[in-house]
Ligand binder design. Structure first.
Ligand SMILES: CSCCC(=O)C(=O)COP(=O)(O)O
Ligand SMILES: [Mg+2]
Length: 235
């Protein structure tokens, strides 16, 4: 069955774990109080704070959000708020989306060959668009045909991948999911997708045993019969 769509995780797959943990997360944490003071009355932020209170009853929302940040919990309202905070950073040029140097060339080659490219990350859809729109390789959003976050469903549940396949309008067997996390790959495979673990040495990813492993996107291309990029890796 040929691969007609590739679904990419971000942290540990297209982008360095260190970029997310040492640049993006501290940026959001430091800006949280100022952001809430300035925007806390806006309907979209009020809805996020209500969702936070529902998930952390009895806690001040800012305190709950800080706790989730400290524990790197992939909680949907936190992810939505982080995306809103990062917007200021990406649009001002203070932040630029990190991509591993082997990624952009493959995304361009795959999109040019008609392979549908989608993102599925715990980072909110807004954050995903910002990262790829302001990436170190330029604006890559025209290459991407779909974005999903935890509002589609948890990343470790097969139903989320079935929903992504349905949104893409493709049989799941013709879709390839790339992630660094074995449990996410298990869920994608349970939904019928092909699955491949990105084991990037610089991220310290530990290779699992249940799925094929690749260190770079060009290796993925070779392994799954996708076109190889005609540009050398950048960066
Ligand atoms: C700009 S995307 C931020 C990524 C993020 O917040 C995150 O939690 C990463 O999770 P992933 O599912 O991509 O591993
Ligand atoms: Mg990941």
């Amino acid at each position: 069955m040929p691969v007609r769509a590739v679904v990419c995780d971000i942290e540990g797959t297209t982008s360095a774990i260190a970029f997310v943990k040492e640049t993006l997360f501290p940026f959001a944490e430091q800006a949280l109080d100022g952001f809430l003071a300035e925007h806390g009355g806006e309907p979209e932020v009020v809805a996020i704070l209500d969702e936070t209170c529902a998930l952390a009853p009895g806690q001040e929302p800012a305190e709950a959000l800080r706790g989730w940040m400290a524990r790197d919990e992939k909680v949907t309202p936190l992810k939505a708020l982080q995306g809103m905070i990062w917007r200021q950073g990406f649009e001002s040029g203070a932040l630029r989306g990190h991509l591993w140097p082997d990624v952009a060339g493959c995304l361009r080659a795959w999109a040019a060959a008609g392979i549908a490219l989608r993102i599925y990350s715990s980072g909110s859809v807004e954050a995903q668009r910002l990262l790829f729109g302001h990436s170190e390789a330029g604006d890559l959003t025209p290459l991407l045909s779909g974005f999903d976050d935890t509002r589609t469903g948890p990343k470790r549940e097969a139903a989320s991948y079935a929903a992504i396949a349905q949104a893409a309008g493709l049989p799941s067997a013709e879709m390839l999911f790339l992630s660094d996390v074995v449990e996410e790959l298990d869920a994608a495979a349970a939904a019928g997708m092909k699955a491949c673990q990105l084991v990037r040495p610089a991220d310290g990813t530990v290779a699992g045993t249940r799925h094929p492993t690749c260190a770079t996107f060009p290796e993925v291309a070779v392994r799954f019969g996708l076109p190889a990029p005609d540009e050398p890796p950048t960066g």
